[in-house]
Design a protein around this ligand. Structure first.
Ligand SMILES: [Zn+2]
Length: 89
């Protein structure tokens, strides 16, 4: 595997038939299975987008890093804290 390939980031997304957590979620296509998926609008540039199922098959996770932006991490943190406060978990 060449150096450039190691830098490519994998963004794991949910399938579009699952509930969306955020009003501004976008829909797209998994680059492996071409299933419709949901993702956050501000992914790392150049990231490969795949669904959870594809991420856990084969050796994708051995080849690529999972990328998440600081903004998405912050949004997820707020969502989880809000869910805990509401007693949904
Ligand atoms: Zn997929």
């Amino acid at each position: 595997m060449d150096k450039e390939k190691e830098e490519v980031i994998l963004v794991v997304m949910r399938k579009a038939n699952q509930p969306s957590y955020f009003d501004d979620d976008l829909t797209g296509t998994c680059s492996k299975c071409e299933q419709e998926v949901i993702y956050r609008p501000h992914n790392p540039k150049g990231a490969i987008k795949v669904c959870f199922d594809c991420a856990t098959k084969g050796d994708l996770l051995k080849k690529y890093k999972i990328g998440i932006t600081d903004r998405t991490a912050s949004e997820l943190r707020d969502y989880f804290l809000s869910s805990l406060a509401k007693g949904k978990n």
